[in-house]
Design a binder for this molecule. Structure first.
Ligand SMILES: Cc1ncc(C[n+]2csc(CCOP(=O)(O)OP(=O)(O)O)c2C)c(N)n1
Ligand SMILES: CC(=O)[C@@H](O)[C@H](O)COP(=O)(O)O
Ligand SMILES: [Mg+2]
Length: 661
C-alpha cells in the first residue's frame, strides 16, 4: 500500500490533509520508526509517543517560520521524518549520519540544538521576545514540546516564570507520559499523574462553568461575573491552577494520540495572546505492545532500542552467546553499582544520589539492595548536588552518581557549595570520555578541566574495574575533601574484581609505574588513557623501543615526584587522557613540572620533552567510540606513530604488520 508519508517531503505537504489522512500519516510515521530504530538501534519509546503531536503541529504550522522546539530531542524522530529526513532516518546517531537529537546545523526545521533536558521553554521565550524586539511579535508561532520528566529541571521553571511575567505568547506542549527514563519522580510528577490519570479532570474547565451557571440562586450571578473572575473560579476546580497563578493559560488534559483533539486544542492555543500550556497525555512506546502494554518496566526497557532488537514490529529474541565464548567484561556501571552497595554495607553513612538516571548510573542496584540509602532527585542535577551538600553537612557520605556531561549542569553547586565549604561529597562520573552515538552533547570530555581548577577537590580515574572499587573506597574512607571519580561508558578491560573485604584504599596523589622502559619514552595514562599507553608501548616494542608505562591515577593532586622522575629519566614524556587537552591532565603535569623548575624552560636540569594526547579543542561528532578515537588520534597506533616521529624511529613496518595481523 502506498504510504501518504512517502509524499511528505516537507512539513507543508501535511497542510490540507483530512483528519483521517493525518491519523494515517501518524501511524505510518510510527511504523517507520519501529522498523528503522528496531534495526539500527536508538531512542525509541519517546518517539512513538510524539507521532501525533508532530503531525498535528506540522499540519497547522508553517515551519521554520513557525518554530517548533523539542526538549532533549530524543523524541524528535517523527519531527525529523516529517521535515525532509524520512529516508535518512536509518543513519541517525551513526558517524556522519543524522544527529542523535535536534541540531541547527542539520536542518532549518531544527530550531534549537539539544541533548540535555529542560532547555526548550527558555529558548522559546527568547525566540518570541526576539520577534517582539524585531517589531513583529506575530512573526511566527513558537511552540516548545517538553516531557513531564524534563519539566523537573529547574531551568524550565525559570523560563515559565519569565514568560508569565512578560506575558510572552508562546505555547508549551507538556507531553506527559508519567515516565522519565525510569518512572518519573517527585511531587510535580505526582501532580501530573493525578491530573493525567483522572479523566474527570480532563474537561473540568468546560463543565465547571456550565455547572456553576446551572446552580440555583447564584447561577445567574455567576453568569454576570467578568471573564477573569470566571476563569479563576474555573481554574480553582480544574487542574493547572499553579500554571494560572503564574499567569499561564492552562489547557488540558488532551489525548496526545488523538490528532483531531490535538489540532482543536492547538488552534485555540495559537490564538491566545499570552503564554499557554497544553497538557497532553501520551504513552511512551505507543503502538509497540512490549512498551505500551508492558507497564512502567516495559516503557523503561524501550526508552532505547538495541540494534536488530525488533523485526516485523515485534522484539527479536536475544540469541545466547555461543557455548565457551569468553564472558564480556562487566560494564563499569555495574561494577560501580555493586561497589556502592558494598560501601553502604560497610558504612551506613553512605548514600547514593541519581538525577533520573537510575539504571544508567547503576544506582538501580542500590535501589534494590539498600532502598533507604537511594535517592532520585529527577532531572535536577543542581538539586542533586545541593542535596548531597545537605547530607554531607549532616555527617552523611553522599555519592552523587551523575554522568560527566550532565554534571556540567551543577557546576556552581560544585564550586560554591561543595568545594568552597570543603564538603565530603563524592562525584561518580560515568560516561567520562567519548560516549559514542549520543555525540557532542553527551561526550564527557570536560570534567577533568572543569573540576581540576577547584581548590580542595581530588580528581581520580581508575584504569580498570578493581581500581574503581579501590578508588570509591578511598573516596569514602577519607573525610577531608570532595572527591571526583571518572570512568568511561561501557566495559572495562575485564580485570578480576575484588571481594568487598579485599578492597584496599589507594594513596591519594600517588601514581604507579606499570612497566619500566629503556629511558627513551614514558607513557603516562590517566584512566582510559592507560590502555592506550599499553597499546602504544606494545607497538613501540616492535621497533625496539621499550617504553615506560605509568598510571597517574590522580589528576589532582598530581604525583609530582613521579612526574619529575619520569621527566628526568626520559627523552620524551607522553600524557594520555580522554578529556580535552586545555586544562586537562597533561596540563596538570606540565604545570607541576614547571612549578618544580623541571620543565626545562626555567633553566633547570635537562628534562624530557612533553607530548600531550587527549581530546581536541572542538566538539567531537557522534558515532561508534572506536571510530571517534581514530578521528581524534586517541589510539595506540596514533600515539606510537607520534612517539616514533619525535624519536625519529621508523615504525612503518610495525604498523603495517599490526594492520595485517
Ligand atoms: C540534564 C539532563 N539530565 C538527564 C538527561 C537524560 N535523559 C534523557 S531523556 C530523559 C527522560 C526525559 O523524560 P521526559 O522529558 O518525560 O521525556 P520522555 O522520554 O518521557 O518522552 C533523561 C533523564 C538529559 N538528557 N539531560
Ligand atoms: C537522551 C538521553 O540523554 C539519554 O537517553 C542518554 O542517551 C542515555 O545515555 P546512555 O545510553 O549512555 O545511558
Ligand atoms: Mg515523560
Amino acid at each position: 500500500m502506498t504510504r501518504i508519508l512517502d509524499r511528505i517531503d516537507r512539513p507543508q505537504d501535511l497542510h490540507g490533509l483530512t483528519d483521517e489522512e493525518l491519523v494515517q500519516v501518524s501511524q505510518e510515521v510510527r511504523e517507520h520508526i519501529i522498523d528503522t530504530v528496531g534495526e539500527i538501534g536508538g531512542h525509541f519509546g519517546a518517539n512513538l509517543g510524539t507521532c501525533e503531536i508532530a503531525v498535528a503541529l506540522h499540519s497547522l504550522l508553517d515551519s521554520p517560520r513557525d518554530k517548533i522546539l523539542w526538549d532533549v530531542g530524543h523524541q524528535a524522530y517523527p519531527h525529523k521524518v516529517l521535515t525532509g529526513r524520512r529516508d535518512q532516518l536509518a543513519t541517525i546517531r551513526k558517524y556522519e549520519g543524522l544527529a542523535p537529537f535536534c541540531a541547527i546545523t542539520e536542518s532549518e526545521h531544527d530550531i534549537m540544538g539539544a541533548g540535555h533536558a529542560s532547555t526548550s521553554i527558555g529558548y522559546a521565550v527568547g525566540l518570541k521576545e526576539g520577534m517582539r524586539l524585531k517589531g513583529d511579535i506575530d512573526e511566527g508561532q513558537v511552540v516548545a514540546v517538553i516531557g513531564d520528566g524534563s519539566m523537573t529541571g529547574g531551568v524550565a521553571f525559570e523560563a515559565i516564570s519569565q514568560a508569565g511575567g512578560m506575558g510572552t505568547p508562546i505555547v508549551v506542549i507538556l507531553n506527559d507520559n508519567g515516565m522519565s527514563i525510569s518512572p518519573n519522580v517527585g511531587a510535580l510528577s505526582g501532580y501530573f499523574n493525578r491530573v493525567r490519570l483522572n479523566p474527570k479532570l480532563w474537561h473540568a474547565r468546560d463543565t465547571v462553568e456550565h455547572r456553576l451557571v446551572e446552580l440555583p440562586r447564584i447561577g445567574k450571578a455567576v453568569e454576570r461575573l467578568g471573564p477573569q473572575l470566571k476563569e479563576s473560579i474555573k481554574s480553582f476546580w480544574a487542574p493547572g491552577l499553579w500554571w494560572e497563578e503564574l499567569d499561564w493559560a492552562y489547557m488540558g488534559v488532551v489525548d496526545g494520540h488523538d490528532v483531531h483533539a490535538l489540532r482543536a486544542a492547538l488552534r485555540q492555543a495559537f490564538k491566545a495572546e499570552r503564554p499557554v500550556v497544553v497538557h497532553v497525555a501520551t504513552v511512551k512506546g505507543k503502538g509497540f505492545a512490549p512498551a505500551e502494554d508492558g507497564g512502567l518496566e516495559g516503557q523503561e526497557t524501550w526508552h532505547a532500542a538495541k540494534p536488530k532488537s525488533i523485526s516485523g514490529g515485534v522484539p527479536v529474541k536475544a540469541v545466547p552467546a555461543p557455548a565457551g565464548a569468553a564472558p564480556a567484561a562487566p560494564q563499569y556501571t555495574k561494577v560501580f553499582g555493586d561497589a556502592l552497595v558494598a560501601e553502604v554495607r560497610r558504612d551506613r553513612r553512605v548514600a547514593g544520589i541519581t538525577a533520573a538516571m537510575n539504571s544508567g548510573t547503576g544506582l538501580n542496584i542500590l535501589q534494590k539492595a539498600e532502598p533507604e540509602h537511594y535517592f532520585d532527585v529527577g532531572i535536577a542535577e543542581q538539586q542533586g548536588i545541593l542535596f548531597a551538600a545537605g547530607l554531607a553537612l549532616e555527617g552523611r557520605k553522599p555519592v552523587a552518581a551523575i554522568y560527566s556531561t550532565f554534571l556540567q549542569r551543577a557546576y556552581d553547586q560544585i564550586v560554591h557549595d561543595v568545594c568552597l565549604q570543603k564538603l565530603n561529597v563524592v562525584f561518580a562520573m560515568d560516561r567520562a570520555g567519548l560516549v559514542g552515538d549520543d555525540g557532542p552533547t553527551h561526550h564527557g570530555v570536560f570534567d577533568i578541566a572543569y573540576l581540576r581548577s577547584l581548590p580542595h577537590i581530588v580528581c581520580a580515574a581508575p584504569r580498570d574495574e578493581p581500581m574503581l572499587q579501590r578508588m570509591l573506597r578511598t573516596a569514602l574512607l577519607q573525610d577531608e575533601a570532595p572527591f571526583a571519580l571518572r570512568y568511561p561508558r561501557g566495559e572495562g578491560p575485564g580485570s578480576p574484581l575484588l571481594t568487598p573485604d579485599a578492597i584496599t584504599p589507594v594513596e591519594i596523589g600517588q601514581g604507579e609505574v606499570l612497566a619500566e622502559g629503556d629511558g627513551r619514552v614514558a607513557l603516562v595514562g590517566y584512566g582510559s588513557g592507560v590502555h592506550k599507553a599499553l597499546e602504544a608501548a606494545a607497538l613501540l616494542a616492535g621497533a625496539g623501543i621499550v617504553a615506560t608505562v605509568a598510571d597517574a591515577r590522580f589528576a589532582k593532586p598530581i604525583d609530582v615526584d613521579l612526574m619529575a622522575r619520569l621527566s628526568a629519566d626520559h627523552e620524551l614524556v607522553v600524557t594520555l587522557e580522554e578529556g580535552v587537552l586545555q586544562g586537562g591532565f597533561g596540563s596538570a603535569v606540565w604545570e607541576a613540572l614547571n612549578e618544580a623548575g623541571l620543565d626545562g624552560a626555567s633553566g633547570g636540569p635537562a628534562t624530557a620533552r612533553l607530548l600531550r594526547v587527549g581530546m581536541p579543542d572542538r566538539y567531537v561528532t557522534h558515532g561508534k567510540p572506536a571510530l571517534l578515537h581514530e578521528e581524534v588520534g586517541f589510539t595506540g597506533r596514533a600515539v606510537a606513530r607520534r612517539v616514533a616521529e619525535v624519536l625519529r624511529v621508523d615504525l612503518s613496518d610495525v604498523l603495517a604488520a599490526e594492520l595485517s595481523s
